[in-house]
Design a protein around this ligand. Structure first.
Ligand SMILES: Cc1cc2nc3c(=O)[nH]c(=O)nc-3n(C[C@H](O)[C@H](O)[C@H](O)COP(=O)(O)O)c2cc1C
Length: 195
């Protein structure tokens, strides 16, 4: 059966370049035979995460939708040198049930020329969730000139997004690694529930 790949858009902005970039990658996902789903955080009510209210708003629906995916693309705008609060908020509602041993691909979009630190930071977050993060990642710098009429214009950027879509399909069903040292010592959010 073909895998289902979801892409979570870390920007809530109507004209988001992150959304356009992920839509491009999802087109590549479909052309490689998988099912594509865009997860637009604007359509979920997700209050700022409170660990005493982990089922607040639409969190249960979001988690169920993510658990239904075989692999996940995360797209973030660069905000103050890192990934965005809406994306982190959505991730905080999730945990190992949604991400452990799940293949994840990363994409970042910056107004300037330096999106890479946001990708590094996001990679660390996904590591803490025991996800399997693709080495290949995509970055869109100079976002104000990157999109015209809802389409990524630069052929090199198009190639990278195509490759991201291709890789997430290729590695969607990878066998999970044995648990790592970090994994054994990483209690995550679940353990705190019994506090
Ligand atoms: C709060 C905020 C902080 C930002 N910080 C940075 C930054 O540190 N570096 C940068 O290159 N662009 C920065 N930008 C610009 C955004 O990365 C850029 O506008 C991007 O296109 C936003 O993503 P979106 O189009 O998907 O909404 C910032 C934008 C906002 C709103």
């Amino acid at each position: 059966m073909s895998p289902t790949i979801g892409a979570i858009v870390g920007s809530l902005r109507d004209g988001s370049v992150t959304r356009v970039g992920l839509e491009h990658a999802l087109d590549a996902v479909e052309s490689h035979g998988a099912t594509a789903r865009l997860i637009d955080l604007r359509t979920y009510e997700l209050p700022v995460y409170d660990a005493d209210a982990k089922d607040a708003g639409d969190a249960p629906e979001l988690r169920a939708e993510i658990r239904d995916l075989d692999a996940i693309l995360l797209g973030t705008p660069v905000y103050h040198g890192s990934y965005s609060a809406p994306l982190k908020n959505a991730l905080d509602y999730c945990g190992f049930d949604e991400f452990e041993n799940t293949t994840v691909g990363l994409m970042a979009v910056a107004g300037g020329g330096f999106p890479l630190p946001a990708l590094d930071h996001l990679r660390g977050v996904l590591r803490a969730l025991d996800a399997w993060v693709l080495p290949f990642q995509a970055a869109i710098p100079d976002s104000h000139t990157a999109v015209e009429n809802g389409v990524v214009t630069d052929p090199d950027l198009q190639d990278r997004l195509d490759t991201l879509g291709q890789r997430i399909v290729e590695y969607a069903s990878i066998e999970p690694d044995p648990i790592t040292f970090e994994g054994k010592h990483n209690v995550g959010a679940g353990e705190h529930e019994s506090d």
